[in-house]
Design a protein around this ligand. Structure first.
Ligand code: KE4
Length: 412
C-alpha cells in the first residue's frame, strides 16, 4: 500500500516516525500490536464520539449482520437514519446517504452547480472537504483570482472554477461576490474548522457567509462532516444559529462505519436523481450495517444527554492543557468548541491558515511523541483537532493532563 497506509492522515507525516498499528479499541482506549494501551484522542478522526465498541452500537451492527450485509435495495433502516438526521438538523428537509464525507461534499458541489446553473465554487484556505478534485485547490496568486491545483491529477480546467479565500475574512468574500457574484454556484466552509487545527468562525464571518450567498443566489454549503453531532446534536449550525442551504455530514453519522450524507431544502434536494436530473449514485449507499451503527449512535447521543458530560470533560481537558503549557513557559493558544479542540504551539490566536501556519510544528511533534511514551494518542498533526469521547472519564482526563504537564516541561 502506498506509504503503508490507506489514508495519509494516519501516516505520521506531521510528526515523523512510523505509524502505530492497532488491533483493538475499547471505550476511551486503543491497543496496539505490541500490547500497549493508549488513551485515544483521535477517535478515528471524529466518528467515535461514544468511545470504541459501545455496547448499543455493537449490538445493533451484530443484529444487522445476522440479516445480511448488503442488498442494493431500499431498507427501513435507511429511512430511519434519514428521519433522525432530518429531526436533528432543521435546515435539512431531504437527505441522501452516501459512503464518505468526500462523497457528500462532491455531491453537494455538483448539486449547487446543477441547481444554480453556475460554475464557480468558493472555499477557504485551511478548510478540507475530502479529496474532491474541485476542492483540492490552493489559493491563486492573489486571493481574488481563481484557484490552482494543489495535487497532481487535478486539472487546471477543474481548478479554474474554484476560488480560495481567507477564512474569517468577510471583506475578501464581499470582494469575491462583487466581482464574480453571478458566477458563484456555492460557498463551502467548515463551520468550526478542524483541518487547520480548531478555528472558530467570527460572527461577522458567519453573517457575511449567510448574507452574501442569499443576496447573490449562491448556495451556502455547510460542511459538518466533522462538526455534525460533534459540537452539538444539531451541529455547528444549531450552536451558532444559522441555516445553510445544504449541509454535508459524515463520521459520527455512521458511528464508525462508512456513512456520509448531504441534505438541505426540498426545493434544492429534489434536483437529485431520480427526483430530479443531477446524477449521484452508490452501490453501498445506506448499507444495512453502516445505517445500523449510525442509528444506534444517534439514538444514544439523542437520549442520554451526553453533550453535558462531553462539555464537562472537554472543559476539564482544555483548562488542564492550557495551564500545563503556561506553567512550562511554552508559547501556546488553545481553541475549543465542545469536544473538539487544538493546543496550538503558537503565541498568537489562530484565526485563519496564515496564523495557523506560524505554529511551531517541530515542537508539536516532540509533544506528540512525549505523550505517546506516556500512553496518550493525540492527533498526529498540529493541524488537526483532538476529540474527547463520552467514554473518557474524569480520571482519564486528569491522567492526560499529568502526561501533558511532564511532556511540556521537556519542551521548554
Ligand atoms: P472522508 O471522505 O474522509 O469521510 O471525509 C472528508 C472530510 C470532509 N469534510 C471535513 C470537514 C473533514 O474533516 C473530512 C475528513 N477529515 C479528515 C481528518 N481531518 C479525515 C482523516 C483522513 O483523511 O484520514
Amino acid at each position: 500500500m502506498p506509504g503503508g497506509v490507506n489514508s495519509p492522515a494516519r501516516a505520521f507525516g506531521g510528526v515523523g516516525g512510523e505509524p502505530i498499528f492497532f488491533v483493538r479499541g475499547e471505550g476511551a482506549h486503543l491497543f496496539d500490536i505490541d500490547g500497549n494501551r493508549y488513551l485515544d484522542y483521535i477517535g478515528s478522526w471524529g466518528p467515535m464520539i461514544l468511545g470504541h465498541n459501545h455496547p448499543r452500537v455493537l449490538a445493533a451492527v451484530q443484529a444487522a449482520l445476522a440479516r445480511g450485509t448488503s442488498f442494493g435495495a431500499p431498507t427501513e433502516a435507511e429511512s430511519e437514519l434519514a428521519e433522525l438526521i432530518i429531526e436533528a438538523v432543521p435546515s435539512i428537509e431531504r437527505v441522501r446517504l452516501v459512503n464518505s464525507g468526500t462523497e457528500a461534499t462532491m455531491s453537494a458541489v455538483r448539486l449547487a452547480r446543477g441547481f444554480t446553473g453556475r460554475d464557480v465554487i468558493v472555499k477557504f484556505a485551511g478548510n478540507y472537504h475530502g479529496h474532491v478534485d474541485a476542492l483540492l485547490v490552493a489559493a491563486g496568486s492573489s486571493a481574488a483570482t481563481l484557484g490552482v491545483p494543489n495535487s497532481p491529477g487535478v486539472t487546471r480546467g477543474t481548478a479554474q472554477d474554484t476560488m480560495v479565500l481567507a477564512y474569517n475574512d468577510p471583506a475578501s468574500l464581499e470582494r469575491a461576490f462583487a466581482e464574480h457574484g453571478q458566477q458563484i454556484a456555492g460557498v463551502i466552509f467548515e463551520p468550526v474548522v478542524g483541518n487547520m487545527g480548531c478555528v472558530v468562525p467570527t460572527p461577522q464571518f458567519l453573517t457575511a457567509l449567510t448574507g452574501l450567498t442569499a443576496k447573490h443566489g449562491a448556495l451556502l454549503i455547510c460542511d459538518e462532516v466533522m462538526t455534525g453531532f460533534r459540537v452539538a446534536y444539531g451541529g455547528a449550525q444549531s450552536l451558532f444559529g444559522f441555516s445553510p442551504d445544504l449541509t454535508t455530514l459524515g463520521k459520527i453519522v455512521g458511528g464508525g462505519l462508512p456513512v456520509g450524507a448531504y441534505g438541505g431544502r426540498a426545493e434544492i434536494m429534489d434536483h437529485i436523481l431520480p427526483a430530479g436530473k443531477v446524477f449521484q449514485a452508490g452501490t453501498l449507499s445506506g448499507n444495512p450495517l453502516a445505517t445500523a451503527a449510525g442509528i444506534a449512535t444517534l439514538q444514544v447521543l439523542r437520549e442520554t444527554g451526553v453533550y453535558e458530560q462531553l462539555e464537562a470533560r472537554s472543559a476539564q481537558l482544555a483548562t488542564g492543557l492550557a495551564a500545563a503549557a503556561k506553567d512550562a513557559g511554552v508559547p501556546h493558544t488553545l481553541a475549543r468548541v465542545g469536544s473538539m479542540m487544538t493546543l496550538f504551539f503558537n503565541a498568537e490566536p489562530v484565526t485563519d491558515w496564515t496564523s495557523a501556519s506560524h505554529s511551531d510544528v517541530s515542537r508539536f511533534a516532540r509533544y506528540f511523541w512525549e505523550l505517546i511514551a506516556r500512553g496518550v494518542y493525540m492527533p498526529c498533526s498540529q493541524f488537526e483537532a483532538l476529540f474527547v469521547s463520552a467514554a473518557h472519564s474524569s480520571d482519564d482526563i486528569e491522567a492526560t493532563i499529568a502526561a501533558a504537564r511532564e511532556a511540556l516541561v521537556r519542551l521548554a
